[in-house]
Design a protein around this ligand. Structure first.
Ligand code: KG4
Ligand code: ZN
Length: 320
């Protein structure tokens, strides 16, 4: 089995996955409550929490799989991109565990991890495909040609799609991170109530910051009472604008790349309207959209593997 460890942001996660891609356990400990009162993730707070949680979470992954370190043949860990202090905790834990058994270690790129959420049983897909990766930190259109071979066709020029959801949610008085709450609230609203324009930028890139500003102006103009009454309509209209932008660009990119298949991964892939708008696409399974370690273990099946003790000196990286 492969032990996966993920600590790039505010989820402490460990998972056991077989070489064939069967998930034996997938434990995710959320820190969201801890960061909610600050309205976002506080890096130093996240690192300290990872330090407390990483061993119990790994233990739980073993317990749930009914396995021990004896069953592990490789350890996969997120090396970056992400919060550097948070990444270092996972890296140190993975190195120590691998070192204790002279196991090989596979450092995994978090973004490749998201893509690898599509390679797990029971419904794995195979490259090539055109992939939209939309999360809290990234919005990428990837031409995925092989398990470790992809080309970036487009990205966001400002906010990530998940960030746009989170900032919109905040303006509407929802909690942090607000993507899921906004999705739920939008289900009760009228998506045609407001016309939110999304910037059309050249090429295959995205821009979401103007949309957030547009929502800000509308919420300012409405009185507090009126805002309360229109919140669901605002959520639905705002979500519609983001989803339209994502769907238009992913279809354009599929044409450019001459891709026969579209896939969607990352936290925003959990969005109900986006999923409904792309019925023909391969969608990451819901529990594997937001950050988890099963996807890291999955990517570890295809990543270059470092033999003991060469990995002891490697570092995490904050950005690609
Ligand atoms: O992939 P992820 O867990 O973390 C990063 O690597 O960034 O993505 C988290 C993002 C957050 O911005 C969150 O609000 C968003 O995914 N998200 C959603 C939904 N569920 C999570 N956005 C829209 N609709 C959802 N249902
Ligand atoms: Zn992520």
């Amino acid at each position: 089995m492969i032990l996966g460890i993920e600590t790039s942001c505010d989820e402490t996660a460990a998972a056991l996955v077989t070489a064939e891609g069967v998930i034996r356990s997938n434990i995710v400990s959320l820190q969201a409550d801890l960061h909610a009162r600050y309205g976002g993730v506080v890096p130093e707070v996240a690192s300290r929490r990872h330090l407390e949680l990483v061993v119990p979470v790994v233990r739980e992954a073993f317990a749930e799989a009914g396995a021990t370190l004896d069953d592990v043949e490789r350890i996969a860990v997120t090396q970056g991109p992400g919060l550097i202090g948070a990444l270092l905790v996972g890296m140190a834990a993975a190195k120590a565990l691998a070192w204790s058994r002279r196991l090989p270690l596979a450092p995994v790129d978090h973004l490749r991890g998201h893509v690898a959420s599509l390679y797990l049983e029971p419904d794995p897909i195979e490259p090539p495909f055109l992939c939209l990766l939309a999360s809290g930190g990234h919005t990428l259109l990837l031409d995925v040609r092989g398990y470790a071979d992809e080309q970036v066709l487009g990205t966001t020029l400002d906010d990530a799609a998940g960030e746009a959801f989170d900032k919109g949610a905040r303006l509407l008085g929802l909690g942090y991170p607000g993507g899921r709450e906004l999705d739920l609230l939008a289900a009760e609203g009228d998506p045609d109530a407001y016309e939110f324009p999304v910037a059309r930028v050249p090429g295959l890139d995205f821009s979401f910051s103007g949309l957030k500003t547009a929502l800000l102006y509308v919420t300012r103009e409405l009185g507090e009472k009126e805002l309360e009454a229109r919140r669901a309509d605002l959520a639905a209209s705002y979500q519609r604008a983001i989803v339209r932008a994502l769907v238009a660009r992913v279809r354009e990119a599929a044409d450019v790349a001459k891709a026969a298949r579209i896939a969607v991964v990352g936290g925003v892939a959990a969005n109900s309207e986006l999923r409904a708008a792309l019925p023909d696409a391969a969608l990451a399974p819901l529990p594997l959209c937001t950050d988890n370690a099963a996807m890291i273990a999955s990517a570890g099946r295809f990543a270059p593997v470092l033999a003991y003790p060469s990995y002891l000196g490697i570092d995490a990286y904050a950005s690609r």
